[in-house]
Design a protein around this ligand. Structure first.
Ligand SMILES: [Zn+2]
Length: 1250
């Protein structure tokens, strides 16, 4: 024992003098001086040729290799990071850096045969990939001197024998973290950075010297990390010190002697065991399960196209490491990244498949990308897993069992249910370690979702998914573990990441030494290798009695950080919301079309392609708005493609369902007469005011269907009625119990008013919002509502964060230059401007319709705000807020497939942290008896602070996108008062309708009636007896085959969910037109869980199928209907069908292809108000009558009257007239005082108002 270290002070000196690492003051005499035995860079031994791809193109290997290469040499500079305009490329267009291809030939001296290893050292200062000459990617290069440096390529033994070796390198002008300006990670990219080729050398590494270096580094980590009074720490210090004494740079024999010293800590002959070092000792003692990983952000400080290269580079490197370190296991998520590899690097993909099959490379996560988990819709989150798992199954014959979102900025309480529904049991994250207010209290726990579903969750105590596999990391797995009372195991997820990379050989070397040390000392926790993440979780489940001994966490995992990401890059959020809704409509309409017409093929591939784009753009740095500007060019392009494709599929499907109809986004060009038809893709009855463009040859006819023509005459307002829940709505008149909406001036201000709501604006602020039916003022005395802007200067993460102190700097903005735009009767509106700064312009239309938000009894109208903004603020945050005469400690925010309650107060720091929260289509503040919601059609940031409800509209960060949100925006929101608490309100459906406009179409008279497909006339799927259950999705089964002569059974898949948090027993009524051979409950992957009993008669019956489905609160249920392959869609004699259904749903003048004036009669049902005897009802009419009229719940006089009649009597008698009235309403509005004729009123109304 050395005499100098017998007291603490000298030991400290000793520790700080451990200088064996490369570099530093003593590099000429320390280990760095002997790490390489040979080094050659002359043209005789290294021949380099280069070809630079033009602009920002990213040619394939095959394209690049054909080009004319020119001689190059070490020291050459190349670039720039972001060259000129990008030209045609097979990839996504935006590419960060220029790409440079190198042909390399090395001549290896014959006498190098004696060395253990020969390497080519290539350091371009940026990222690169080595290929064989036939285009097989071999491994990555990461240049520069960061912790992720990997510049060596090991020359294969056969090449050494041959003495010559040729290969190809593609270098890309970006680093692991893109090319940030001045090296500040989140600064926008430096568009003009050049790199220089620092090294292109043929070298012989002194392998023993490197091993000594790794020995020393492990010892040093033990010295630096373990407590100073531990035996192991002291032993390591002694050994490290002694190694320094033994090592002599000019004596090669000193290296093995020095290495021998390290065995005092690692154990005698430890290295001979190789990977079997992990087999020593009792496996039960293992507490830290290490798994290699490489977090590759699918886009962030680089665009998608760079990620495609990063995936290939990072994973190729791992395959190489697996060959050299058999214990190495590596997991990678994101089906999209695998798909890119499959498409762009097929040879590498085949090697990857082999490593997946051999169990070394692990698929994980089960999702399409590592998505944001705050903002995607419920269905989109489900699709992340569905598309991910289906991809993994199809390519690798297996699925993932662990969901994996280590870096997403908050995790919705909807996830556990979706994770389990997609066939996974476990969940891994760590992001809550980033909380900036409270420390999250658990590491391992049961995560209980909003519906009560549990998943076993591990948030690694190492607090990172990019651990460097150091002694400190291993130690932290225990010392930072918050649930040691229940379990003491933890995952160590190691490898460079965010920009890719993954584990390096030195990390694997370090872990071997750490395990070797643990095999000899109890002062360090044993770490294990060679397992899957699933095995870790299975072990955890086994030792915690399937989680029974673990703590529970209920509801969302709210990240107390990155709260600005609900708002940053508004157009991306809007593109996402619109795309999700478009694809829902596309699937719904295409499904119906595929049932109606046999030669219409459901465009599954086109729909899936569009979904994949939606899912890709939901990546956790794209959707949150935290990527560089270039990423948003790509994202916007994808949204444009989705919109184009979605609309084209819709048009084709409408061509089947509404023959010859045209959309009415602009005035119809057709000269033929026609009428308005609106398709309702929401599975709920509705009545809505729509704006109709006027002009063109059809204008006068269209005008006759309007209740109100806009002041400018260019458009008008029609009231579209689908109150029976049918798939189509026709224009109707004002109903008797609706009093017109009005707008105007009064002394001191402006007002908007209808029969139930009045809003007043004075001095540019909302001063009054009154529920007229109750006479209740909703705005507190002395407070006002309107726009408000805050300073927004977060501590560092600009696009990500808005901080609590921002709320201390409000500036209240005024509506100025207010003008009355429309005066009713259907729609009344005010137009105003708002002054914000000197460059921004903001105009807003504030509207109130005559009708209430929904058809629910006592529903109130909402006040709608449509804004157009040319935004040029910097570091400011625009919001809209409304103070309310409502008191509640909690407010309600929509989340995926349900809602979440959050505090309105700041009692604790946990409450305080939620000063800005994510929400979807609504945020609501309610008390007993009354509430007010804000509805949103594209915004996701909300706050409920005391009695003030707020929606966040626009931010203006400058990093990493200097131009974030600058420019034009168009968005809407609404203030929706409602009678009763939120739980008794119609807000979920009102918000749904607010987001899902009717599809307005013009149908020529020549085809009217007869061309409306029966599946549209009567909604094919209706949820009854459960107003809290929503039918979200209608689509074709994922496993159907979609080809012209397919003989396989067709299926329809429906997804429903309970939206209010309570139980329900819903009846799902399926139209008798669809012949269902089997109905079953399935999971998200459409695998059968339970066969449902159908309540229907066999074969000849015309009965609808009714399925009874029980729900628990917030439960998501997927139903698969297999259609009778022989029949599928039952066909009716068209004339009967048309007459009956049309009459029933729309009234006489919509009946068959005839107008009142032509008065032809081809034998169908004739409307009672025409006073003709009806002759024949189709079975569907009978069914509908039965359904609407003979329910137990009938309470109005009319209902009761119908209810007392037998069905036959009702059909045969004058009660048919009553029935018609009954059909026309939802039971409450029209039938006031008996049998008044709604059509009469309508005609009057129309004369009166137009
Ligand atoms: Zn990430």
């Amino acid at each position: 024992m050395d005499q100098r270290i017998d007291s603490r002070a000298p030991r400290t000196v000793q520790r700080s003098s451990l200088q064996l690492r490369p570099g530093g003051h003593f590099s000429d005499v320390n280990l760095s001086s002997v790490l390489f035995t040979q080094r050659l860079d002359d043209p005789k031994h290294v021949r380099l040729q280069v070809w630079s791809a033009p602009g920002r193109t990213k040619p394939s290997f095959e394209e690049a290799i054909k080009q004319k290469f020119k001689d190059a040499k070490k020291g050459d500079s190349f670039g720039p990071s972001c060259g000129g305009a990008h030209s045609k490329s097979r990839h996504l267009n935006s590419h960060l850096g220029t790409n440079h291809w190198w042909k390399v030939t090395v001549n290896i001296p014959a006498d190098w045969e004696k060395y253990e290893r020969v390497q080519f050292e290539f350091d371009p200062g940026c990222e690169a990939m080595i290929f064989t000459t036939d285009g097989n990617p071999v491994q990555a290069i990461t240049g520069g001197y960061g912790g992720d440096r990997r510049v060596e390529y090991i020359i294969p033994p056969e090449a050494r024998k041959a003495g010559v070796h040729e290969f190809v390198i593609e270098s890309s002008c970006n680093g692991m973290f893109g090319v940030p300006w001045n090296g500040d990670t989140i600064a926008p990219p430096d568009m003009n950075r050049y790199f220089s080729l620092a090294s292109a050398d043929l070298v012989v590494p002194n392998q023993e010297a490197w091993r000594l270096l790794w020995d020393f580094q492990t010892l040093r980590q033990i010295v630096d990390t373990l407590p100073g009074n531990s035996a192991l720490q002291n032993k390591a210090l002694v050994a490290a010190n002694q190694i320094m004494n033994v090592f002599k740079h000019d004596d090669a024999e000193s290296i093995p002697r020095a290495r021998k010293v390290a065995e005092a800590v690692f154990g005698e002959e430890w290295e001979k065991k190789g990977e079997r070092v992990y087999e020593v000792g009792d496996e039960k003692e293992v507490k830290v399960w290490a798994i290699g990983h490489c977090h590759i952000d699918t886009a962030w400080l680089w665009p998608y196209s760079v990620t495609q290269q990063k995936v290939a580079r990072s994973w190729a490197t791992q395959l190489d490491l697996m060959d050299r370190y058999p214990e190495h296991r590596f997991c990678a998520s994101s089906a999209q990244q695998y798909k890119w590899l499959e498409q762009l690097y097929p040879q590498l993909f085949e090697r990857l498949k082999a490593k997946i099959a051999s169990g070394q490379f692990h698929i994980i996560g089960g999702s399409w990308v590592e998505n944001d988990a705050n903002m995607p819709s419920g269905e989109a989150l489900a699709r992340q897993f569905i598309f991910g798992q289906r991809y993994f199954q199809s390519r690798f014959g297996k699925r993932c069992n662990t969901a994996w979102l280590p870096d997403s900025f908050g995790l919705t309480g909807a996830l556990p249910q979706l994770i389990r529904g997609a066939g996974m049991d476990y969940f891994f994250t760590q992001k809550l370690s980033w909380n900036n207010i409270n420390v999250f209290p658990h590491s391992t726990f049961n995560w209980i979702g909003l519906d009560g579903t549990q998943t076993l969750c591990h948030m690694t105590p190492v607090d990172t998914y990019t651990a460097q596999a150091t002694v400190g990391d291993v130690r932290k797995a225990t010392t930072n573990h918050k649930n040691l009372e229940s379990t003491d195991t933890a995952l160590l997820v190691f490898g460079n990441g965010d920009g890719g990379g993954g584990p390096l050989a030195p990390m694997l070397e370090n872990l071997r030494r750490i395990r070797a040390t643990a095999n000899n000392s109890r002062d360090i926790t044993p770490v294990s290798m060679g397992h899957t993440v699933e095995e870790f979780f299975e072990d955890l489940a086994k030792h915690t009695r399937q989680g029974a001994t673990l703590p529970n966490w209920h509801g969302e995992l709210y990240l107390e950080f990155h709260r600005g990401t609900y708002t940053s890059h508004g157009s991306i959020k809007k593109g996402k919301r619109k795309s999700e809704i478009l694809l829902r409509d596309v699937e719904h309409v295409a499904t119906l079309a595929s049932m109606v017409k046999e030669d219409y093929l459901y465009p599954k591939k086109r729909i899936d392609d569009a979904w994949e784009k939606v899912l890709l753009n939901q990546f956790h740095d794209v959707l949150p708005g935290s990527a560089i500007g270039m990423v948003y060019e790509d994202a916007e392009k994808l949204y444009t493609e989705i919109a184009r494709e979605g609309k084209s599929i819709l048009e084709e499907a409408f061509g089947v369902l509404l023959e010859k109809s045209v959309h009415l986004n602009e005035p119809p060009k057709a000269t033929s007469k026609g009428r308005l038809v609106a398709v309702n893709t929401v599975c709920a009855p509705r009545r809505e005011v729509v704006q109709v463009p006027l002009g063109g040859p059809a204008a006068s006819r269209l005008r006759s269907e309007l209740v109100q023509v806009a002041k400018d005459g260019k458009s008008g307002y029609a009231l579209m009625d689908a109150s029976q829940g049918s798939g189509v709505a026709f224009a109707t008149g004002m109903f008797a119990d609706i009093s017109p909406a009005a707008a105007g001036r009064y002394d001191g201000g402006f007002f908007l008013k209808n029969s139930n709501i009045e809003m007043k604006i004075e001095d540019g602020r909302i001063v009054s919002l009154v529920d007229l039916e109750l006479g209740r003022e909703l705005i507190p005395q002395g407070q006002t509502g309107g726009l408000v802007i805050f300073e927004d200067r977060p501590a560092y993460w600009d696009a990500w964060d808005t901080e609590i102190y921002s709320l201390e700097t409000p500036t209240y903005l005024k509506f100025a230059n207010i003008k009355v735009a429309e005066t009713g009767p259907m729609r009344a509106s005010l137009r105003a401007e708002v002054k914000i700064g000197s460059a921004t312009s903001f105009s807003v239309t504030i509207s109130l319709d005559a009708i209430p938000a929904t058809l629910k009894k006592n529903s109130r109208s909402f006040v709608r705000f449509d804004a157009e903004v040319d935004w040029h603020q910097r570091h400011e945050f625009l919001k809209f807020e409304i103070p309310l005469n409502i008191k509640n400690d909690n407010a309600t925010f929509e989340t995926q497939f349900g809602f979440v309650s959050r505090p309105t107060h700041k009692n604790t720091t946990l409450d305080m942290a939620k000063f800005e929260v994510p929400g979807h289509k609504y945020a609501d503040l309610s008390e007993y008896g009354y509430g007010v919601a804000i509805l949103s059609e594209s915004k996701y940031g909300f706050a409920a602070s005391g009695n003030v409800l707020r929606i966040s509209l626009l931010r203006a960060a400058t990093g990493p996108d200097a131009e974030q949100d600058q420019g034009f925006h168009k968005f809407s929101w609404a203030v929706a008062p409602h009678l009763g608490h939120f739980l008794e309100s119609d807000i979920p459906i009102a918000a749904y309708l607010f987001n899902s406009p009717l599809h307005l179409r013009h149908v020529p008279d020549s085809a009217a009636g007869g061309n409306v497909a029966s599946l549209l006339r009567k909604a094919p799927f209706i949820v009854e007896n459960a107003p809290n259950v929503h039918l979200e999705t209608i689509k074709r089964g994922d496993d159907d085959t979609f080809s012209q002569n397919s003989k396989t059974a067709r299926s329809i898949v429906l997804r429903l969910y309970e939206a209010y948090g309570g139980h329900a027993r819903a009846s799902l009524r399926i139209t008798s037109q669809l012949q269902i051979s089997k109905a079953s409950l399935v999971n998200l992957l459409e695998e059968e869980l339970e066969v449902l009993e159908k309540c229907t008669n066999k074969d000849e019956s015309d009965e609808d199928t009714v399925l009874t489905i029980d729900f628990r609160g917030f439960q998501v249920v997927t139903v698969k209907l297999v259609l009778d392959s022989a029949k599928g869609m039952k066909r009716y004699k068209p004339s009967l069908m048309n007459h009956g259904i049309l009459a029933q749903v729309f009234g006489e003048e919509r009946c068959l292809g005839k107008n009142k004036d032509t008065d032809s009669d081809d034998g169908g049902y004739t409307c009672p108000e025409m006073h003709r005897p009806q002759r024949q009802h189709t079975p569907t009419v009978v069914q509908t009558i039965r359904r609407f009229c003979f329910k137990d719940s009938c309470s109005t006089p009319t209902h009761r009257r119908i209810g007392t009649l037998s069905l036959d009597a009702a059909l045969e008698s004058e009660a048919a007239g009553v029935l018609h009235h009954f059909f026309r309403r939802e039971g409450r509005r029209i039938v006031r005082g008996g049998l008044a004729h709604p059509e009469g009123r309508r005609s009057r109304s129309r004369r009166e108002y137009t």
